[in-house]
Design a binder for this molecule. Structure first.
Ligand code: SF4
Length: 657
């Protein structure tokens, strides 16, 4: 590793202005040793040490020399883009210089991001696209004719057009498909099979695991960058979501309507077709009553867990859907039906099967150690109820399906430990034996950031406190001339604060309760001196370097909502095992998120700014110490006057305050 990362190492020929960093060399040696010794490892590496190259170079070099395949999984698209466009080309160049053979890499996306040639050709031949879309169809045709892999991100076509031609996993004929030799998706899979390094996101990694590893070629080494989010994503990807309107739609496509023939009409045996329609009708009637019952349990709440199938209606529907599946599974001849109709029949049959599995699991609680609940679908204005299920504790599936499949796994993030202790992260992910290293950031937080704590905010939420928080926030926003990120833990408080703040400042506010997270983020980036307000997704993974961000205001300590079913089930599980869920789960989880929130501010050595914590529990509760001790050393102030003075005294700050 010294030959790559040392003072006179090869990296200096590939990175303009390369600076030798002992910590980067140390991390690369640690990762290499772990991979060579077939050990799992956890690396906490603060910002600025060059951690991506510090794991990429040793892992790829080892893999290429030993004919191993590497899976690299990240949380965000931004990091995938950085890997593909910036870091991998450096690794290619540097390994070549070292005498290593060339290696191949591929970016792997979820299947609906690839186009389906069969669907495209069917659409073209039937001419069933809008006149205004003919330009987009021309663009797609050119791409298809090139016989090269492309994805939705390579062509600028509207979502509605893409939806008509994207690959549908349950309708894909694979090698049996007439277009298989010229199919971009199958070409992509061939590239994956031939590649040494596959790059993907955590969602795809765990979807692949949940599908019995049927999507991606097997790997030998797994690296999880942005590893702090692995547990949460693993849990949700291994579970299911099944909505009432999804079931209704499937049944209606089967039975048809006054305007449209049903798929059941394709079945040549009229008796079978009649049975299918009859069963679908019964399922519609029974599920209407079943879901109505669930909806009334929900009342005004967002979710509900204590569901019992006391009247046996759930069991009856599972039975009906199973009977339907038995008949549909026996249909192997659709007579003279057209190709696209056969395709649709296969898709809908597959979806009914998946629904039956989810419904059966929900009603009969078939998966031990899972939490099952119902939830109001926030995206559905008609108020659909969805059934949900997922493992409470991912340590078991991680052991059974991940660690047993790879020679070694490396988990890398800037925020993994709680007071330098790895045990919360490790036990959460079922890592029984692992090596670990924690490397501090190279940034000088004392010279770059001032931490303001409001020690007088109320311990319990009340309207006066919201006014107080808004007042302090407005002062900070004015002081820093905008470019402020405000982080909340609830939409309610976000909405109340936004309304009050709008009358107090002259800066534009972009908020996650008025636009989607990505829209609000884009508007903030393109705006000037504005304010970005958000919950969940903004605490981690967003990158606003340089002057784009001058202050971060954390309105509350980021404890998870305790009655959110997966959280509630976890608390229950720890309590039943005799543990203390607050100290062993809720506090450590919130601390890691808090560190993520703090980390949004300083992204480079030249960044300067303010982090404000407006939750006095950090000072007045015993657990507050754990939050404070988990932050890097920086100047802490408790009044706005001191904040102004301390900020103006920061090295390089010339702001007139
Ligand atoms: S192989 Fe699958 S994705 Fe490719 S063209 Fe055929 S059906 Fe579409």
């Amino acid at each position: 590793m010294k030959e790559f990362f040392g003072k006179e190492g090869w990296l200096k020929d590939f990175i303009p202005g390369f600076e030798f960093r002992d910590d980067q060399l140390r991390m690369s040696e640690f990762v290499l040793d772990s991979v060579v010794d077939l050990k799992n490892c956890i690396v906490e590496a603060g910002t600025g040490i060059g951690k991506t190259l510090a794991y990429l170079i040793p892992v790829v070099q080892y893999a290429v020399a030993n004919q191993k395949k590497v899976h690299i999984s990240t949380e965000t698209k931004a990091l995938q883009k950085q890997l593909v466009e910036k870091d991998i080309p450096i690794v290619e160049g540097i390994l070549k210089k070292s005498g290593c053979r060339d290696f191949r890499h591929s970016l792997c996306l979820g299947s609906s991001n690839y186009p389906c040639r069969r669907r495209f050709e069917a659409l073209m031949s039937r001419g069933r696209y809008r006149a205004e879309d003919s330009g987009f169809m021309g663009i797609l045709k050119e791409r298809f004719d090139s016989d090269l892999v492309f994805t939705r991100f390579d062509v600028r076509v509207p979502g509605r057009v893409w939806g008509e031609i994207c690959r549908e996993s349950d309708a894909c004929g694979h090698q049996r498909c007439f277009f298989s030799r010229r199919c971009p998706y199958l070409l992509a899979r061939k590239e994956w099979a031939d590649s040494d390094v596959l790059i993907m996101n955590h969602h795809l990694f765990f979807t692949n695991i949940a599908s019995g590893r049927s999507y991606l070629p097997a790997g030998d080494i797994a690296v999880f960058d942005e590893a702090h989010s692995v547990g949460e994503i693993a849990s949700s990807q291994m579970g299911f979501t099944a909505g009432y309107f999804d079931l209704l739609e499937l049944m209606r496509i089967m039975t048809g309507s006054s305007k449209r023939r049903g798929l059941a009409d394709l079945i040549p045996e009229t008796q079978k077709a009649g049975q299918v329609k009859k069963l679908c009708g019964k399922i519609i009637t029974e599920s209407g009553k079943f879901f109505e019952g669930l909806r009334s349990r929900l009342g005004g709440e967002s979710y509900y867990t204590r569901i019992r199938d006391a009247d046996g209606r759930g069991t009856a529907i599972v039975g009906l859907v199973k009977d339907l599946m038995v008949i549909l599974a026996g249909v192997d001849d659709l007579g003279d039906a057209e190709e696209h109709a056969r395709m649709e029949f296969d898709i809908i049959r597959g979806r009914i099967f998946l629904f039956q599995e989810a419904l059966g699991s929900f009603v009969h609680r078939t998966c031990e150690g899972w939490v099952y609940w119902i939830e109001r679908d926030k995206n559905d204005i008609l108020g659909d109820v969805v059934l949900k299920g997922q493992p409470v504790d991912v340590s078991v599936p991680m052991r059974e399906s991940v660690y047993s499949s790879y020679d070694s796994c490396a988990f890398v993030s800037a925020t993994i430990t709680v007071e330098k202790d790895f045990s919360f992260f490790a036990s959460n992910l079922g890592l029984d034996s692992y090596r670990s290293i924690s490397i501090d950031s190279t940034f000088s937080f004392r010279d770059q950031v001032v931490l303001y704590i409001d020690g007088a905010s109320a311990l319990q939420e009340n309207p006066q406190n919201t006014e107080r928080i808004t007042g302090i926030s407005s002062e900070i926003i004015k002081m820093m001339n905008g470019n402020c990120l405000m982080l909340f833990t609830s939409y309610k408080m976000l909405g109340e604060t936004r309304e009050l703040l709008g009358d107090m400042i002259d800066h534009e506010i972009y908020s996650q309760d008025l636009s989607s997270a990505s829209e609000a983020f884009d508007m903030f980036v393109n705006g000037e001196n504005s304010v970005l307000m958000g919950t969940q997704s903004y605490w981690q993974g967003i990158d606003l370097p340089g002057d784009l961000l001058r202050s971060v205001i954390m309105v509350k300590l980021p404890f998870a909502v305790p009655n959110y079913p997966p959280c509630e089930a976890r608390i229950e599980m720890i309590r039943e095992a005799g543990g203390n869920p607050f100290l062993s789960y809720q506090v450590p989880e919130a601390v890691i998120k808090f560190r993520q929130g703090f980390g949004r501010l300083i992204r480079s050595r030249s960044d300067r700014g303010i982090v404000a914590v407006l939750d006095s529990r950090i000072l007045h509760k015993s657990y507050g110490r754990v939050f404070l001790k988990s932050l890097p050393e920086c100047r802490v102030v408790y009044t706005l006057d001191d904040l102004a003075r301390a900020y103006s005294a920061l090295d390089g700050v010339k702001a007139s305050l």
